[in-house]
Ligand binder design. Structure first.
Ligand code: ATP
Ligand code: ZN
Length: 294
């Protein structure tokens, strides 16, 4: 039987779109019907399991899946709870589903540091991360674990403060709370089972990783072209964000000027272009890069 790599991603929620987009950018299309928990990829021997995000670390740790995409917040929380004997291993942060786990307190508090929380009750769905933070801050507080609707806890007098994922802060605001301290910063994370893969599975994994790395490195990468005075080559090369040695070409009929072409691995902003102009560059073009294999 042909070996297939099994990847677990979130079925629907804030990780789903990014996970599916990443696979798409790797040239993989998932064929699945609505509500199906299982998808198949045609282009490579890969199967996709669509799960609740909370189940992903365990599925990957248990060998039910080989790799998975989950929030660092959930992964770290499970690790702290020592929920699995042999936890999954971190492979790579993926740069999407960025969010913050924040401590939030009633608006009327004048928050002047973690010491204020001494002896207070804090409601959260992330008891492990919250306790670890309190310990780092040297504060002893009581942590009340709630599965959902954490932000209503202070109004219900279940807790004095909360520790929750915050994006816009609108939910907190509507509940009379304000974020006061950052507890954990998270983004999507690629994880894998801790055991060695078979040779066939390892080969699929390596091929997929090559594509994922290509997608991640080309995401902010741009191809930048400009004309510049010959004497400015060194200054411009030094300035270009994350560029290797650029290509320098003669310009017909202008012995003092050259064309400079470079792949910039980091974001190119308007500021960057203005700076290049100051260094003498003209006719600057910034082009997107669709694919890159390094
Ligand atoms: P499930 O039904 O799969 O259990 P859920 O309701 O627990 O879903 P989501 O709200 O979809 O989870 O969030 C999934 C993950 O996305 C979170 O664990 C976190 O890593 C990340 N996340 C949460 N909120 C945001 C946000 N506002 N912006 C970006 N990423 C977020
Ligand atoms: Zn969940």
């Amino acid at each position: 039987m042909e070996e297939r790599l099994r990847i677990a991603i979130q079925k629907s929620g804030r990780l789903s779109e990014g996970s599916i987009d990443l696979l798409k950018s790797c040239g993989l299309k998932i064929s699945r019907g609505k509500d199906k928990l299982y998808g198949r990829v045609q282009e490579m021997p890969i199967d996709v399991l669509l799960l609740r995000d909370d189940d992903i670390p365990e599925f990957v740790a248990d060998d039910a899946c080989d790799i998975g995409i989950v929030g660092q917040n959930v992964f770290e929380e499970e690790r702290l709870a020592e929920a699995q004997e042999t936890p999954a291993l971190e492979v790579k942060p993926l740069g999407f589903a960025r969010c913050k786990l924040m401590l939030a307190a009633p608006k009327e508090w004048t928050f002047d540091g973690a010491a204020m929380l001494e002896g207070k009750r804090i409601a959260t769905s992330y008891p492990g991360l919250t306790k670890a933070w309190l310990e780092r801050e040297g504060v002893s507080a009581r942590v009340v674990t709630m599965k959902g609707s954490v932000e209503v806890a202070p109004r219900l007098k279940i807790a004095d403060a909360v520790c929750d994922i915050v994006s816009t802060g609108a939910t907190l605001d509507a509940n009379g709370l304000k974020p006061v301290a950052m507890v954990f910063e998270s983004e999507a994370l690629l994880i894998r089972n801790a055991k060695n893969f078979s040779a066939a599975k390892q080969a699929i994994f390596d091929a997929l990783m090559k594509r994922i790395n290509g997608v991640l490195t080309s995401k902010d990468a741009k191809y930048v072209m400009m004309n510049a005075p010959r004497e400015a080559i060194a200054a411009i090369t030094e300035f270009l964000p994350g560029a290797d040695a650029p290509t320098v070409l003669d310009l017909a009929g202008s012995p003092d000027k050259v064309a400079i072409h470079a792949v910039c691995r980091e974001s190119v902003f308007w500021d960057t272009l203005e700076q290049l102009k100051k260094l003498g560059a003209s006719a600057i073009l910034v082009l997107p890069i669709e694919k890159m294999m390094v």
